[in-house]
Design a binder for this molecule. Structure first.
Ligand SMILES: *Cc1c(COP(=O)(O)O)cnc(C)c1O
Length: 495
């Protein structure tokens, strides 16, 4: 089966996966979606002896069918290897009656590594497939996790440059340190004197600046994007859900075809959408449980069919989920509207002009796969404490939001279906919030002393990437005003 991609907003042209990956966004501003879902056509039992990389090949090959097999295998092997500190890549840990799918053993300790360690290789291969000789310039605006994972992923990848803009005062000190100490001859990190929205707006403006793009093109450069709207990030995320089911089967925790629930701490709706795609491919899933923090716009949407961003934006202890406009929800709207791009387009227009939209009854009736709830700041903190106290298992704040919502779900429904909790970051990435939750009389300490303390209390080893950070040399010191981003790029690329 040859899968093509089209826009969620009505542009009728169908493109190959290479095109969709290289462009990121469709011409009409929509997101690329597969025209159909390939089906998992071997039994899960037969996957029991497959490695993570073999399962990855099986899944990704179905979606990216214009890649030749050897090329795709190389992409996968270059992504999932000893850069991950656990040789299962995404191990499953049983705690009490749930299964934590630990997605944070990659080089930057957040689940973004699962996609951003392969995206650079997919991009390079896409260029080759399309016979594009240009050097690819990846522009990224980040509030923390994506920037570092993209830098690490594109580090020293031939024929690419990676430029990350982050809000100088808007990321945590560990996150900033992770980025400004990044080595690699093609990596560039710039702090801007604005917030994340300013960085994002600047990057978007540069993408749509035709004159500038022409200038770059004349110098043999082409811009591309590493954010989660890129289908090249989404498809690799389906893999770990399939792989986790196979692990359950292998350990005798489920029988073949037994359904499971999946709980996902959700921000931009990419990770949970990947589990929905897995379900569409035939993974036996009962409920997809969407866990929000206090920015609970998605939770309200799933419960009411109304998406309303006219509310206060809150800064929480799970910053990677502090978001009001979840881009990837557009892809779900497309599926539940029977692939009706005109309907999706109207909803997106309403969101832009009024800050609110409501889906019709037919679409609402198709949200039955989902369940949603949210965790408050206090609940997030007390859940970290309880799970640590009762089971000696340490969660980060994002994972805690998911586990807290799962507890609420069980209480309300009594559903005892086996359940996977997507665990999206290492607790060492958010030392202050985690320590605060498990030890209420800690002293004010610097990040690295907090990390030592966390390691002592929990008996967990400090992950190598964090250990190395303290003595790493700062390489990137550039700062620019928010309206000078383009000239920074000019300087970097020498155009
Ligand atoms: C990005 C991120 C999320 C949210 O994932 P989405 O795909 O945007 O919904 C959750 N937790 C962590 C740690 C993240 O970095």
């Amino acid at each position: 089966m040859n899968i093509l991609y089209k826009s969620t907003r009505g542009d009728i042209s169908k493109v190959t996966s290479s095109n969709a990956i290289l462009k990121g966004l469709a011409n009409d501003g929509g997101l690329y979606v597969p025209t159909e879902f390939p089906y998992i056509d071997i039994s899960f039992k037969n996957m029991i002896n497959m490695t993570y990389n073999e399962i990855a090949f099986y899944i990704i090959n179905k979606f990216f069918s214009d890649f030749d097999e050897l090329t795709l295998k190389n992409c996968i092997d270059n992504a999932y290897n000893d850069k991950f500190s656990n040789n299962l890549i995404a191990p499953l840990k049983k705690v009490d009656n749930s299964y934590f799918l630990e997605l944070y053993h990659g080089p930057t300790l957040a689940f973004k590594d699962m996609a951003l360690s392969i995206l650079p290789h997919l991009l390079k291969a896409s260029c080759k497939n399309l016979n594009i000789q240009k050097e690819i310039v990846i522009l990224t605006a980040t509030s923390g996790d994506t920037g570092k994972a993209a830098l690490e992923g594109f580090n020293n990848v031939d024929n690419t440059q990676i430029i990350v803009f982050y809000p100088k005062k808007g990321v945590s000190s560990i996150q900033e340190r992770q980025m400004i100490t990044q080595d690699g001859k093609n990596t560039h990190v710039i702090g801007i004197d604005g917030n994340f929205d300013d960085a994002q707006r600047g990057v978007k403006e540069i993408f749509s600046d035709k004159e500038f793009n022409d200038l770059l093109s004349n110098k043999n450069y082409m811009l591309s994007s590493a954010n989660s709207i890129n289908i090249g990030r989404l498809v690799p995320q389906i893999v770990y859900y399939v792989n986790s089911y196979v692990q359950l089967l292998k350990n005798g925790d489920v029988q073949e075809k037994e359904k499971i629930n999946i709980v996902v701490p959700t921000g931009n709706f990419g990770n949970i959408l990947a589990s929905f795609y897995a379900k569409n491919m035939g993974l036996p899933i009962n409920k997809l449980i969407c866990a929000s923090n206090e920015n609970n716009v998605l939770c309200d949407f799933i419960n009411t069919g109304i998406y309303d961003i006219r509310r206060e934006f809150k800064l929480t202890s799970s910053p990677s989920m502090d978001i009001l406009i979840s881009s990837n929800l557009e892809r779900l709207l497309y599926e539940i509207s029977n692939k009706n791009p005109y309907l999706v387009n109207n909803l997106m227009e309403e969101l832009k002009t009024n800050g609110i939209y409501e889906i019709d009854e037919d679409m609402k009736s198709k949200l039955g796969d989902f369940y949603a709830d949210f965790a408050t700041q206090e609940e997030t903190s007390s859940t970290i404490n309880e799970v640590y106290r009762d089971f000696n298992y340490l969660m980060d704040t994002h994972t805690s939001v998911a586990y807290c919502v799962y507890q609420k779900y069980r209480q309300k429904t009594n559903d005892s279906t086996k359940t996977i909790i997507a665990s999206t970051a290492s607790p060492f990435k958010f030392p202050e919030s985690v320590i605060e939750s498990i030890d209420n009389n800690y002293d004010i300490l610097s990040d690295f002393r907090l990390i030592d303390k966390l390691s002592n209390i929990s008996n967990l080893e400090i992950p190598n990437p964090i250990k190395a950070l303290e003595n790493k040399r700062v390489i990137h010191g550039s700062i620019c005003k928010k309206d000078k981003m383009k000239s920074m790029i000019n300087n970097i690329l020498n155009v």
